[in-house]
Design a protein around this ligand. Structure first.
Ligand code: KIV
Length: 264
């Protein structure tokens, strides 16, 4: 039986961590769930690791639908989350709903969208119509042209307060999960403690409910951008399956991420 939002919430309520990895095809979907990865994120990072682009901005809804179908086809147990690509969630709640429905029809059980409080109305609109949402704050690759680069967010007093307030607003709007990318570990800890929904961290320290990595980073295949928060699990593993299983073990036991992967 496929993992549901209720079973993930139960894991959270029991104080246990869960694991998330990006996944874009059926073969890896099978392999990842054989290692008990809880959530397969069909990320728009496929713009980088599949299409070979510098940004995620060219990823289309059709491409996300195709890869979501592949992942759904290849898996039986894992929970499937899919990204709303650039330009498909920002126009209006109605437009976002129409687009999100297509990802759900392709097999996603939750959609993820980037943006702080500006996305609150859209999140409310989607969740009231049966589409669970994971909100994504902190470093938002779709806003690269506004931020001027892949930089840490929330590292000043003002920006930390804004991110904290965004997190609270997004929970109040109905977000079922919150993903935080590249923010100070102390801030992620405060946000995780203040919210009553699971938080998923990437470059956000070890105090989040769950951790996510881009699969190709975990396997040491994507060397274009070496980030502090990435760990190449192939370094200590014989096979791809070992590397993924070691990631799952390291997250569940709190060994990954450690201080060397955090930001201040
Ligand atoms: O698209 C993606 O892979 C993501 C992760 C970096 C969290 O959003």
């Amino acid at each position: 039986m496929r993992t549901t939002i209720s079973s993930l919430l139960k894991t959270y309520e029991q104080g246990e961590k869960f694991t998330v990895l990006t996944c874009y095809d059926a073969t890896f979907a099978k392999l990842l769930e054989a290692c008990s990865v809880d959530v397969l994120l069909v990320g728009d990072s496929l713009g980088n690791v599949i299409k070979g682009e510098d940004t995620t901005l060219s990823v289309t809804l059709e491409q996300m639908i195709y890869h979501t179908r592949c992942v759904a086809q290849g898996s039986e147990k894992a929970f499937i989350m899919a990204d709303m690509p650039f330009g498909t969630a920002q126009h209006s709640p109605e437009h976002a709903f129409k687009n999100a429905c297509q990802l759900i029809a392709a097999g996603a059980q939750m959609i993820k969208l980037e943006g702080g409080r500006i996305m609150a109305d859209t999140i409310q609109f989607l969740t009231q119509r049966g589409i669970p949402v994971c909100a994504h704050i902190g470093l938002m690759p779709q806003s690269i042209h506004q931020t001027g680069g892949y930089k840490i967010q929330g590292n000043t007093e003002d920006s930390a307060k804004r991110l904290f307030d965004d997190a609270v607003i997004l929970e109040q709007s109905g977000a079922a999960m919150l993903l935080m990318e590249v923010i100070p570990a102390t801030l992620a800890k405060q946000i995780s403690a203040a919210l009553s929904i699971p938080t998923i961290g990437i470059g956000a320290g070890s105090d989040c409910t769950a951790q996510v990595l881009v699969l190709h980073d975990l396997l040491g295949l994507y060397q274009d951008k070496k980030s502090r928060f990435v760990k190449n699990f192939m370094d200590d593993s014989q096979t791809i399956q070992d590397a993924v299983c070691n990631y799952v073990k390291a997250v569940k036991t709190g060994q990954f991420p450690d201080k060397t992967h955090e930001f201040e």
